[in-house]
Design a protein around this ligand. Structure first.
Ligand SMILES: [Zn+2]
Length: 456
């Protein structure tokens, strides 16, 4: 989608707060464009999920804007700052800018003059860090020095510590779910009645943050990501991916419906394999589209139409015998089963695999061989094409024939041959397609339609 770089440029160069109404309007217009002003058949949440997690990878512009704001947390964590505007932002603050994301005091106690760049970032961060479990309360990075909630520790001279960073973090003062003993934190010659008193003040403040057993000393992946110095490459995309995954945990809604329809619980791990294979199933956009439409239950089956319009017939249009559910139309119908049985027999003969006919193999690409091997095999191409013919015969009594399948596979093979020839990988093409070419030459005519002799 080429509008994404245009938005990202603005989000990154002007990282100010944007009203949620703006994103709601943007989303409405995007959906109108994608669905041509009709009712969406796939939820926005499923469309914006990552493709490896069962989505379509549609950019979630509000989360991209949030990721652009959260880049500032990384800017603030660099020592010395790499961005020229960070010292300017520091001038608006009462505390070191590095501590800013990990402070829990009200914003008025942190910022001395309003700033259009800092305030929206902090507000968004405070909302999302807990709701998306990006950080915890208290965070291991919570400042104990330069924390307005602990006024006695507002300077480096609070305790004569040998500090590594620009401020004292909560994690450095904790060990075994308790504040570290004073003898562990200070050299023996530095322990005086005054430092002992200050140590007591410090432990009292730590206890006010919550039960010591609940205080984490290890950073969350998101905290590590934002504080890594130097900054990791492609940080905006990584932050966006983390936000997206955290905002859509678990499986997409359609996975549960498939589990119910098929009658077997496909494990989360197997769904992961299904999504990974779906994202790389074919170079053909048409076949990819068919696969995603199938996975996301885009097609309107007789039972679904019957739910919308009660006057329509809910039985299968082919056999007129059973309700036309998703599984029936694609797999269980007696008229489509003979097609699938022939497809499995030929694929097993050509590839040497011993795959039992199953909807999980034929429709979901859930095969008992390593995913990477399967993705580069002939079998995935053949199953893809076999499946893509079913929507072509939608609402027709006759199912696809093996001859039509052979012709459609030939179309894909020719495109694959052109692709591999252009990238000078003809050997790879030959390894994948050799046995198909052999089958086409030797036996494909057995499946050609019989010509009916004309009676004069
Ligand atoms: Zn049927």
């Amino acid at each position: 989608m080429n509008i994404l770089p245009r938005f990202l440029y603005i989000f990154q160069t002007v990282p100010i707060g944007v009203p949620p109404k703006f994103f709601a309007l943007l989303r409405t217009n995007l959906l109108k464009f994608i669905w041509n002003d009709t009712h969406p058949r796939v939820s926005y949440a499923d469309m914006t999920r990552h493709r490896n997690r069962g989505g379509l990878g549609l950019p979630h512009l509000e989360l991209y804007h949030t990721a652009a704001l959260f880049l500032k947390i990384s800017d603030w964590s660099m020592s010395p700052p790499t961005k020229l505007w960070v010292p300017l932002e520091q001038k608006c603050l009462k505390i070191p800018i590095t501590t800013l994301p990990w402070q829990t005091a009200p914003l008025t106690k942190l910022i001395s003059s309003p700033n259009p760049l800092i305030t929206p970032t902090l507000r968004r961060w405070r909302i999302l860090k807990m709701s998306l479990s990006l950080s915890t309360h208290p965070s291991p990075l919570t400042p104990l020095t330069f924390n307005p909630l602990f006024p006695d520790g507002m300077s480096h001279h609070f305790l004569p510590l040998e500090l590594d960073g620009p401020y004292l973090t909560l994690a450095t003062c904790m060990a075994n779910a308790a504040p570290r003993p004073i003898s562990d934190m200070l050299r023996q010659d530095k322990i005086t009645p005054l430092t002992h008193f200050r140590y007591q003040q410090l432990t009292h403040f730590i206890q006010s943050l919550g039960p010591p057993q609940t205080v984490r000393t290890d950073e969350s992946p998101f905290e590590t990501l934002c504080t890594r110095d130097p900054r990791p490459p492609h940080l905006l995309s990584t932050i966006y991916g983390s936000l997206l995954d955290a905002s859509t945990p678990g499986l997409p809604a359609y996975a549960g419906r498939w589990n119910r329809d098929i009658g077997t619980d496909i494990s989360d791990e197997d769904w992961g394999l299904i999504f990974q294979t779906a994202a790389h199933a074919s170079r053909s956009l048409h076949i990819q589209q068919t696969h995603y439409k199938f996975l996301m239950r885009w097609y309107l089956t007789p039972t679904r139409l019957h739910k919308i319009y009660s006057t329509t017939d809910k039985t299968c249009w082919r056999c007129r015998d059973s309700p036309g559910t998703f599984v029936h139309i694609w797999w269980e119908c007696s008229m489509i089963r003979s097609y699938w049985d022939s497809v499995f027999t030929i694929i097993n003969e050509i590839t040497g695999l011993d795959l039992d006919p199953s909807p999980l193999v034929a429709l979901f690409h859930l095969v008992p061989i390593p995913t990477l091997t399967y993705r580069n095999s002939l079998a995935i191409q053949l199953f893809n094409v076999a499946k893509s013919l079913i929507p072509r015969k939608w609402r027709l009594v006759t199912p696809p024939t093996i001859w039509e399948w052979i012709q459609a596979v030939e179309g894909v093979r020719e495109m694959e041959e052109m692709f591999f020839s252009r990238s000078s990988k003809y050997d790879k093409y030959h390894v994948i397609w050799y046995w198909w070419l052999d089958f086409r030459t030797q036996r494909s005519r057995d499946y050609a339609p019989q010509l009916v002799p004309v009676v004069e």
